[in-house]
Design a protein. Structure first.
Length: 251
């Protein structure tokens, strides 16, 4: 028995030295040390876990109002412990704030990647409006969160400043497109592009919130673009495009 134990110990020491030498020479990998570990058993990446919690909050907002949702509801939906939520968010306000403002980041990414840089101003304007409108329609829960959180910002002091800073990213992205129109002489130069961007985003939000379901046939996206570009005076009736051709204003 003693001899067997001695042989086992000697064998273990030899294996340890071999492994140590292979690690030092770069010939041994972590998977050799613990082959039984699989990627599916590794902890979820930090960013993925945060995203999982935010998606749960977004889903809950489908059927409940802000004050009706508790962090316990979020933990159950996200299938995480409450301690995990506090690792990423200070409280419920912070969770919903970060979830809502993530919409600005996603919209900026859409505009950055989906609006062709070399296209004409009018094509860029049309594509940008389409991307924003589809986002509002497809991510209706997040859109509602953005509207709700923005409504609460008047009472939130420093948080309001953070909200405005995040929203500024989207306004700037739209303003850059409108500045191209100014440079090409297609957009009025006496109105700052940032102001025009706020007006355009307001039109798109209103369409998504109040008009898309009430009168979809009368408020197609093309009509919104036409009204923004051409205005609503009699002389602009008929939807003239920059090339002077009749524009299709069907939904």
């Amino acid at each position: 028995m003693l001899k067997q134990d001695s042989r086992n110990l000697t064998k273990l020491l030899l294996q340890t030295e071999v492994v140590r030498a292979m690690i030092l020479t770069g010939q041994y990998r972590f998977k050799n040390l613990v082959p039984q570990i699989r990627m599916r058993n590794l902890p979820m990446a930090r960013q993925d876990k945060r995203q999982q919690i935010m998606q749960a909050a977004e889903r809950l907002f489908t059927s409940r109002r802000f004050h009706e949702i508790t962090l316990d509801d979020v933990t159950r939906t996200a299938k995480v412990g409450k301690g995990t939520i506090y690792r990423y968010f200070r409280d419920k306000d912070d969770l919903f704030f970060q979830t809502a403002t993530s919409g600005f980041d996603e919209l900026c990414e859409l505009l950055r990647h989906q609006v062709p840089a070399g296209a004409s101003f009018f094509d860029q304007l049309t594509e940008a409006c389409g991307q924003i409108s589809r986002f509002f329609e497809q991510r209706r829960q997040l859109f509602r969160m953005m509207q709700t959180v923005e409504g609460r910002m008047h009472w939130c002091g420093a948080l309001r400043d953070r909200w405005l800073e995040r929203r500024k990213g989207l306004v700037t992205a739209v303003a850059e497109i409108l500045a191209k129109g100014v440079a090409e002489g297609q957009v009025r130069a006496d109105i700052p592009p940032e102001v025009l961007a706020h007006l355009l985003l307001g039109l798109l939000r209103t369409r998504a919130r109040d008009l898309s379901e009430a009168a979809p046939a009368d408020c197609g996206l093309a009509l919104v673009v036409d009204v923004f570009y051409n205005g609503v005076s009699q002389r602009s009736a008929g939807g003239q495009t920059p090339q002077g051709t009749q524009k299709d204003t069907s939904p």
